[in-house]
Design a protein around this ligand. Sequence first.
Ligand SMILES: Cc1ncc(C[n+]2csc(CCOP(=O)(O)OP(=O)(O)O)c2C)c(N)n1
Ligand code: SF4
Ligand SMILES: [Mg+2]
Length: 249
Amino acid sequence: MAGKAYGRPSSLNDKVFTYCPGCGHGIVHRLLAEVIDELGIRENTIGVAYVGCGGMIYDFFDIDFAFPLHGRAPAVATGIKRVRPDKIVFTYQGDGDLAAIGTAEIIHAATRGENLTVLFVNNGIYGMTGGQMAPTTLIGQKTATSPLGRDGHYHGQPIRMSEMIAQLNGVCYVERVTIDKPARILAAKKAIAKGFQNQIENKGFSLIEVVSPCPIGWGLPPDDAYRRIADEVLPFYRLGVYKDTDGRE
Ligand SMILES: Cc1ncc(C[n+]2csc(CCOP(=O)(O)OP(=O)(O)O)c2C)c(N)n1
Ligand code: SF4
Ligand SMILES: [Mg+2]
């Protein structure tokens, strides 16, 4: 029986991912690389990385990257896209980056309807710096800075960025996906592809939030971390399309 042959996407270089076992960033990188290959845009794409674990993306891809200060990716991507509208420009950001230090940048890039694609990897924690509480950390979740669990009255409530950004007039497309099961990984790839296709068709701002595991920061072995996504994370961060318009409003 003829089978499908799977190779390494040409958008990736030969380096082995250096993420912790079970980290979601490697899966998201792979999906992104496949999408860039399949759309045939590798030589025309510029990525804008973030400060955080997945910010190492620039080291694994065979495409041009900018590496701005923490949280500033949407502002830098705006500049690049406006100077070179012929290029496909995306940001790759974590939840500490996009939902904390870079909140202003993402909200205003979205409101302006910049013709960008944003990949938002929400693992509910500051992974790189040692597992501190992020704005996205769930109520009750234990972290290095909430050792008794996040308390909504004391620490504040977790923030749902996709729901919030979908309300903004400049936004074309917002979807939240995850990568805990094969079918959902395929759905995540479809959403990423749509986010890039929107930019190719000049439809404006697209954001794909990927709910992703950080086994180290969550203090769980990888298989338990993947189980936690369905059991604890998705009831709060519900999957789905939050906005899908046919271009700018
Ligand atoms: C201006 C500035 N403030 C703080 C830091 C420290 N810092 C580095 S990564 C990080 C958190 C990153 O978390 P997230 O964006 O969720 O990425 P993850 O590592 O979880 O993928 C912080 C606070 C920094 N490098 N620069
Ligand atoms: S600390 Fe978390 S986000 Fe960072 S590489 Fe390890 S598992 Fe991934
Ligand atoms: Mg994070």
